[in-house]
Design a binder for this molecule. Structure first.
Ligand SMILES: Cc1cc2nc3c(=O)[nH]c(=O)nc-3n(C[C@H](O)[C@H](O)[C@H](O)COP(=O)(O)OP(=O)(O)OC[C@H]3O[C@@H](n4cnc5c(N)ncnc54)[C@H](O)[C@@H]3O)c2cc1C
Length: 448
């Protein structure tokens, strides 16, 4: 008889668990996925706006993300190299501190390098990139490692990848130790990490370096998934359902997990909210964002230390940038930048501004990140000819990525596993899927 597994969450991690269980056990496993929303994808989600589909969550995937590529292959979807990937229109980037555009570059490695060297000196410009390349290089070992080993604690995985220093120290501190110009760390790297995580250069160095990779600074190429990133996870789960190995229970919130049961927030047909009889249960959502508690098989509460999460507001605007607001000549022929990286800690209400799409009649669609809703006046200051605007709110987007030596466990007790503790290192689609693969491998040990 097929083993029964419950997976909580149908985001990238939940889809990765379901896929890798199928890969390992074929039809010898049946997976019940419980998803609070009426759709899959979680923090990868696109909305319809101004006639376009625009990502409001996880957007950029790096070509070194092997598990994403594996799922794309399984689901039969392709890369989309569209406008959401930075630098697809004018190819120009600005770095802005509220008073001046203090750095600008074209979307070419040479132009970037020349401008960085001019501004911050050759040593720092070379060294920050080579350090980021080293961390990304160490990270790539993860695929081989997970083929051979399992980790019951995220900290053990971090240590095995030689990423302990970069997860326990800030990007600013690691750069200081390497004598990288602090102006480069704050003015360049900090503006990029703010764009990625709304956090400055004091976030943990690994997250910072993942952010630099996401901005295309460590080679490879960036893409989104054709049809939307969330669509990938929907397709994977649909395909597994077609194979008869999974069922996704949408609009079904879980309130409690044990190694062999889940408790639902809504009664089922029998009036019974507890579904028991699982051989393993995997939680693929941060406890902080889920309202779920965990217990051992004998009903002992499992204590999970909770982290702070960043709240993020995503504002989409159809309009033209007011170049004069950025201290530029109001010459209408001038091509606006594709992305404005905003220096952290300047008291600005928005944290980044990026061109993400074009409407069918050629108007620009911009995406702004902020930690509070943006006032009308802010939009009026930055844009002219605004024809449409919408806001999306993430109550918890990613953890506050402070340097840490305290990690939430992966194996909460025998038979009960947790993915998202690893988000303390860096929250991205692939890093979460890596954590999901490790949790699946652990569950595999009890599923036999
Ligand atoms: C604004 C933003 C921008 C980002 N940009 C990028 C980027 O460019 N590139 C990148 O790689 N990453 C990016 N990320 C991060 C990336 O999106 C996330 O790390 C990743 O999608 C998390 O996947 P997950 O499956 O682990 O968790 P989630 O996506 O959060 O999935 C968890 C699922 O569990 C469900 N759930 C919650 N509680 C319950 C419950 N009680 N019962 C049942 N189901 C429940 C949720 O509805 C959700 O669907 C970004 C994130 C945000 C918010």
């Amino acid at each position: 008889m097929a083993k029964k597994v419950a997976v909580i969450g149908a985001g990238s991690s939940g889809a990765e668990i379901a896929y890798s269980l199928y890969k390992k056990f074929g039809k010898d496993v049946f997976i019940d996925v419980y998803e609070r929303n009426a759709y899959a994808g979680g923090r990868t989600h696109a909305i319809e706006f101004a006639g376009q589909s625009v990502e409001v969550g996880g957007t950029v995937v790096h070509s070194s993300n092997l598990y994403v590529l594996e799922l794309m292959d399984f689901a039969g979807v392709k890369e989309d190299l569209g406008a959401e990937i930075l630098g697809q229109d004018s190819g120009e980037f600005w770095f802005w501190d509220g008073k001046q555009v203090y750095l600008r570059a074209k979307n070419s490695t040479i132009s970037f390098a020349v401008n960085l060297i001019r501004k911050f000196g050759p040593f720092s410009s070379w060294f920050f990139r080579s350090h980021a390349l080293k961390s990304v290089g160490d990270w790539k070992w993860v695929y081989k490692l997970l083929d051979e080993e399992t980790f019951t604690d995220s900290h053990e995985l971090v240590k095995a990848l030689r990423l302990q220093e970069v997860t326990s120290e800030s990007l600013a501190k690691v750069h200081r130790k390497k004598r990288i110009n602090p102006k480069l760390t704050a003015g360049f790297c900090g503006a990029i990490t703010q764009n990625m995580y709304l956090q400055d250069e004091n976030l943990n160095a690994f997250a910072g370096e993942v952010g630099l990779a996401g901005a295309g600074l460590v080679g490879g190429h960036l893409f989104a998934v054709e049809g939307g990133n969330g669509n990938l996870f929907t397709k994977v789960l649909d395909k597994l359902a077609e194979h008869g190995v999974a069922k996704v229970n949408y609009s079904t919130a879980v309130t409690k997990v044990t190694p062999n049961s889940v408790t639902l927030s809504v009664p089922n047909a029998d009036g019974n909210t507890k579904v028991a009889g699982y051989d393993a249960v995997l939680v693929a959502v941060p406890f902080e964002l889920s309202g779920i508690t965990a217990e051992t098989a004998t009903g002992e509460p499992i204590d999970i230390p909770l982290r702070d999460y960043k709240e993020v507001h995503v504002t989409l605007v159809v309009g033209d940038l007011k170049l004069a607001y950025f201290g530029q000549s109001a010459d209408t022929q001038k091509v606006p930048p594709d992305c404005i990286f905003v220096k952290a800690n300047q008291g600005l209400p928005y944290k980044s501004i990026g061109l993400v799409a074009k409407t069918s009649d050629g108007k620009n669609v911009y995406k702004l990140f902020s930690d509070e809703p943006l006032a009308e006046q802010v939009i009026d200051d930055i844009f002219t000819n605004v024809t449409d605007k919408i806001e999306w709110h993430w109550q918890g987007a990613y953890p506050v990525l402070t340097p840490t030596d305290n990690w939430q466990k992966v194996q909460l007790t025998d038979g009960l596993y947790y993915v998202n503790g690893f988000e303390s290192a860096a929250a991205s689609i692939e890093t979460n899927m890596v954590a999901a693969r490790n949790a699946t491998n652990l569950a595999g040990e009890v599923l036999g």
